[in-house]
Design a protein around this ligand. Structure first.
Ligand SMILES: C[S@@+](CC[C@H](N)C(=O)[O-])C[C@H]1O[C@@H](n2cnc3c(N)ncnc32)[C@H](O)[C@@H]1O
Length: 315
């Protein structure tokens, strides 16, 4: 599924978004999604619109190159028509394949890995044990740079009480737990005793086992059983994607003001941007990404780290 972007320099981006949505609403499904943004769904393609400081950002996607050209053409023609006060230049990027989207080029990935604090002995050995004992599933583990990011975020947030949804063999749990103070608390949710069992000895070696309260069972049940009051300052979600919207709804009320929610895999390998992919995981991830961007309880920023990481801070 090809997709293409255009950055249109203008000092009235929000106005164009409104005009395009209102006009296209007669021919396609078009809606304003808040904060100067909108989306248009045509028969065989889509266009997402966002207002930047001095630009209108367009992301077009379609089933094939011809349809993509059609989406680009209709959006460009209308935009040019609405721009009566200025001359707008709409230059679309060369089509990229949404499913094979290279979020971070490998050379950049290597360079940044070589320049972030390396994983220590315990984490390195946990990664090796995970590869040996879980085979291909080991790909689910967070990378050393993402682990370092989590650890830094927990420290920067000064978090004392944290939640993790999706433990696997405990790499991210270890990064979070050791960034908490000695009397800190991590509620760690997973359904697998087998996978989490691999992590336990490493938590002990790192001296953080007392901070980790591992709950085996569907994470939604664990979260819903918590009092609905703001008692946590940090949460990391990295489990079954289809439940992300529900995890988000359960976690936000339980975060203190200033608390941080971190969501992993928000790009799903680029497929989230690809309207041809209508699987449950992608639908759920789009729903939570859209909901967060317009949630007036939260400030959020989406980072192109690995498979996409969203940081959302409760107001
Ligand atoms: C991507 S892995 C987590 C990786 C982990 N953060 C790490 O650093 O190694 C996803 C985990 O979510 C767990 N999981 C899947 N569905 C779940 C559910 N409904 N409730 C709780 N955990 C679930 C899986 O058992 C798996 O261990």
């Amino acid at each position: 599924m090809p997709l293409s972007t255009a950055h249109v320099a203008t000092d009235r981006p929000a106005r164009y978004v409104k005009q395009l949505i209102s006009h296209m609403g007669h021919k396609a499904t078009a809606e304003l999604t808040g904060a100067g943004r909108g989306s248009i769904t045509f028969r065989d393609g889509t266009c997402a619109l966002a207002s930047g400081r001095d630009e209108l950002v367009l992301v077009a996607a379609a089933a094939d190159l011809d349809s993509l050209a059609g989406v680009q053409d209709v959006v460009t023609r209308h935009l040019v028509r609405f721009a009566t006060q200025e001359e707008v230049r709409v230059e679309w990027s060369a089509p990229a394949d949404g499913e094979a989207l290279e979020i971070v080029p490998p050379a950049v990935q290597d360079y940044l890995l070589a320049h972030c604090t390396p994983a220590d002995q315990v984490l390195t050995e946990l990664a090796v044990a995970t590869r040996e004992e879980t085979g291909r599933s080991a790909g689910m583990q967070v990378s050393p740079d993402e682990g370092a990011l989590l650890e830094m975020l927990v420290r920067l947030a000064g978090a004392r009480r944290a939640i993790e949804v999706g433990v696997f063999t405990g790499y991210s749990a270890l990064c979070i737990a050791r960034a908490l103070p000695a009397d800190g608390y991590l509620l760690a949710c997973d359904v697998s005793t087998e996978w989490t069992g691999i992590g336990r000895p490493f938590w002990e070696r790192a001296g953080v086992q007392d901070r980790i309260d591992l709950r085996i069972g569907p994470a939604l049940d664990t979260l819903r059983a918590l009092p609905e009051e703001p008692a946590f300052d940090f949460a990391f979600v990295d489990a079954d994607k289809v439940n992300y919207p529900a995890y988000y709804e359960e976690i936000v009320p339980r975060l203190v003001p200033g608390g941080l929610l971190v969501l992993d895999n928000v790009f799903l390998g680029g497929t989230v941007l690809d309207p041809a992919v209508q699987e449950q995981d992608q639908l759920a991830m789009r729903r939570v990404n859209d909901a967060l961007a317009r949630d007036d309880r939260m400030d959020c920023v989406m980072l192109p780290v690995r498979d996409g990481v969203t940081l959302a801070r409760k107001r």
